[in-house]
Write a protein that binds this ligand. Structure first.
Ligand SMILES: Cc1cc2nc3c(=O)[nH]c(=O)nc-3n(C[C@H](O)[C@H](O)[C@H](O)COP(=O)(O)OP(=O)(O)OC[C@H]3O[C@@H](n4cnc5c(N)ncnc54)[C@H](O)[C@@H]3O)c2cc1C
Length: 260
């Protein structure tokens, strides 16, 4: 469902890691922001003039009603693009338009265990989900980042086993032999022991690694039904978000054709 546009103001920024910049947004504008009850709650950020907006999709990492602020964590991926460079250079007093939030996922209490996997772009959604797990939940988390300096502490009450996978460079800088079909995240997830009982899966990140590798592993080889699996690409190597939307549409059409 399309949601109305709100405009928030940059309050401050914080470099969480060499490749992750947190931007806190708030007043003027906070009263217009209506949170939704999903841990993968996301907005479309609007850049440029109103009649020619460029939109980029970002997870709401957290909402603090007392402080009247929203945090969004942006992957810093060089000078290319709109949103990444905007976040790297954001200053208090800058404003930004947001459509949403919408959302689709939150951890289910009836799952026996949870599997989370992704790259830097999924850290905000994975962190929010892990934070929301109750004490008796069990989870395995796999996150691919450049190196140790990009690891982020994940707060939780649950029994959570976090594995950081180091590819050796930022997601935009890494060579082909460690990206896409060769992303080390794929092997790490495939190698992990599958726990007994019903798993709920949340896997997001670079689309080639996720859609052409991890999705088929989880859905076909492990037989996880669609209602227990939130799996999609968040971005695509070598494509802007507009071109990535074209790629997603073509993939969906090809899959619909092969199922017909
Ligand atoms: C539901 C959802 C939630 C998301 N949440 C987040 C979030 O919380 N934080 C976040 O950082 N991203 C998130 N993303 C991914 C984000 O929307 C894309 O990375 C987006 O393309 C960034 O826009 P941009 O203007 O910076 O770069 P674009 O103009 O879209 O792309 C420019 C170039 O940068 C490359 N690029 C884009 N993203 C990355 C990246 N992550 N790493 C390396 N290279 C990249 C592209 O391949 C392209 O070559 C989310 C996506 C979805 C669908």
């Amino acid at each position: 469902m399309a949601r109305r546009k709100t405009t928030l103001t940059v309050l401050r920024t914080e470099a969480l890691t060499p490749h992750m910049q947190r931007v806190y947004l708030g007043d003027p504008g906070f009263e217009d922001f209506e949170p939704v009850d999903y841990t993968d709650s996301y907005v479309k950020l609007a850049f440029g003039p109103e009649d020619d907006e460029i939109k980029r999709t970002y997870t709401i990492r957290s909402v603090d009603q007392d402080a009247r602020e929203v945090a969004i964590d942006f992957v810093v991926h060089g000078d290319e693009g709109v949103a990444g460079p905007w976040a790297a250079n954001a200053k208090p007093g800058d404003t930004i338009g947001l459509y949403g939030p919408n959302g689709a996922y939150k951890p289910r209490a009836d799952a026996d265990w949870h599997l989370f996997a992704g790259d830097e772009s999924a850290i905000p959604a994975i962190s929010a989900a892990v934070e929301a797990l109750p004490e008796d939940a069990i989870a395995k988390v796999f996150v691919e980042v450049a190196d140790r300096k990009d690891e982020i502490y994940m707060e939780t009450l649950a029994l959570v086993d976090v594995t950081w996978i180091h590819r050796g460079a930022g997601s935009n800088e890494v060579s082909e032999d460690k990206a896409g079909d060769n992303a080390p995240l794929i092997d790490a997830v495939r190698r992990t022991e599958w726990l007994p009982g019903q798993v709920q899966v949340f896997i997001h990140g670079e689309a080639q690694a996720v859609m052409h590798n991890l999705r088929s592993y989880v859905r076909k080889e492990r037989g996880v039904p669609a209602e227990w699996a939130s799996i999609s690409g968040y971005w695509r190597r070598g494509r802007t978000e507009e071109n990535f939307r074209v790629w997603k549409r073509e993939l969906a059409e090809a899959e619909a054709g092969s199922n017909a």
